[in-house]
Design a protein around this ligand. Structure first.
Ligand code: NAD
Ligand code: ZN
Length: 411
């Protein structure tokens, strides 16, 4: 089969590799019809996550058709259409029973590696390093799905891939980020990052009762989508002297009640601390650039919540824990407990409450994946979200603009 393989920092290649096979009785093989590139893949692409090997197949956002089943998978049939969650979970351990699916204790065969770094290991993840299980990912024609009796969500016929594909990660992740805020009716929610995850955090903040949403980024097309689709007030952080001052002014001095970090370890910035992060990370003296987390802590109103869905990898420098402690902030974070959200969020899609395909700007064949990675990483060509279609035979890039007519966000 054809698959998107990591061959070193920023070196993605589409290679012909052996088809996956059933290894365990609870496995399924899925023929992939749609898959996507995630901001989390960029941390791998840019070489910031340890324990990738040359030839590893990436991708953790995918859906398709079941073509083969292990003998213990009774709830699926060959031919079923499924979306697969990016976190792999057994459904039977202490953590799965507590609804903490991304912390499954049975799905990471390389748990010892993660234990060294973090004390304990989170669940296995598709296409996301050997430390997270070494599972082949879903940017390919086929994937092996372990614990297929627990994870994959059946999708009814008649609804197109693009509307449901993001149940594999970013819609639940945005929802998880907003839910973790414990929004009270009317709260002001600030979202750092208007990438796909930030967009779904914005959508979800409204669903959960926000009175106001403020979104922060620097790319016009992303701010525009946050403003039009997301009905958010927006801040271009490159156009203001201080995001903190602007947020204070907008909230009568209080600060946003709830702050969501939808950026993570590769935050960009123009402030002194952000430049310092960049130098340290480039010199390999630091794993992460926590500029956004610092800003969220400093901005958050006293007694508010900082919810972190942007991924961090290691030890974070100069995080103002003193401010967090003395302001009485609550922190919530994690890889999304996917299995908790997939069904209820599918309902919201089916009843027309949300159309997740709004974030898609690029639809590519799998052979164009290396171009897709670079374009998405550099936010070129107004790229917001790339979907790869293994059976796509068209050529050229299809990218409708949002808001239409070259509209721009209003500052
Ligand atoms: P993305 O790269 O498309 O979006 C990140 C956005 O952050 C970009 O638009 C960028 O301009 C913006 N940004 C950078 N620096 C900023 C700053 N200083 N202030 C405000 N905005 C800034 O990525 P994405 O797909 O939206 O993913 C976002 C994050 O969520 C990544 O870290 C990804 O790993 C993480 N993620 C987490 C989970 C989870 O389960 N917790 C799941 C999926 C993705
Ligand atoms: Zn993802």
């Amino acid at each position: 089969m054809r698959a998107v393989c990591w061959n070193g920092k920023t070196d993605m290649r589409v290679e012909t590799v052996p088809d996956p096979e059933i290894l365990n009785a609870r496995d399924a093989i899925v023929k992939i019809t749609s898959t996507a590139i995630c901001g989390s893949d960029l941390h791998l692409y840019n070489g910031f996550m340890p324990s990738l090997k040359k030839g590893d197949i990436l991708g953790h956002e995918f859906m398709g058709e079941v073509v083969e089943l292990g003998r213990e998978v009774k709830n699926l049939k060959v031919g079923d259409r499924v979306v697969v969650p990016f976190t792999i979970a057994c459904g039977q351990c202490f953590f799965c029973k507590k609804d903490l699916w991304s912390l499954c204790d049975n799905s990471n065969p390389n748990a010892w590696m993660a234990e060294k770094l973090m004390g304990h290991s989170p669940s296995g993840l598709f296409g996301y390093t050997h430390m997270m299980g070494g599972y082949a990912g879903g940017q390919a024609e086929y994937a092996r799905v372990p614990f297929a009796d627990v994870g994959p969500l059946k999708i009814p016929d008649g609804i197109e891939d693009e509307k449901v594909l993001f149940l594999s990660d970013i819609f639940p992740t945005g929802y998880f980020g907003a839910e973790n805020c414990d929004i009270e009716p009317g709260d002001t929610v600030a979202v750092w990052g208007c990438g796909p995850v930030g967009q779904f955090a914005i959508q979800s903040a409204w669903m959960l009762g926000a009175g106001r949403v403020i979104a922060i980024d620097r790319f016009p097309e992303r701010l525009l989508l946050a403003q039009t689709w997301g009905r958010a007030e927006v801040i271009d952080y490159e156009e203001v002297d201080s995001v903190l001052d602007v947020l204070k002014d907008m909230t009568g001095g209080l600060g946003p009640d709830r702050c969501i970090d939808a950026v993570g370890m590769e935050a960009h910035g123009i402030t002194l601390d952000a430049r310092y992060d960049k130098v340290k990370q480039t010199a390999r003296l630091a794993t992460d650039r926590p500029h956004v987390l610092r800003e969220a802590i400093m901005a958050c109103r006293k007694g508010g919540t900082v919810s972190i869905v942007g991924v961090y990898g290691g030890l974070l420098d100069k995080v103002p824990m003193g401010a967090a402690m003395n302001k009485g902030l609550t922190f919530k974070m994690g890889q999304t407990h996917m299995h908790r959200y997939m069904k209820p969020l599918l309902e919201k899609i089916l009843n027309g409450e949300i159309d997740p395909s709004r974030v898609i700007t690029h639809r590519l064949g799998i052979d164009e994946a290396p171009w897709g990675y670079k374009t998405f990483r550099d936010k070129e060509d107004d790229c917001i979200k790339v979907v790869l279609k293994p059976d796509f035979d068209g050529h050229g890039h299809h990218h409708p603009h949002h808001g239409g007519n070259g509209a721009e966000y209003v500052a």
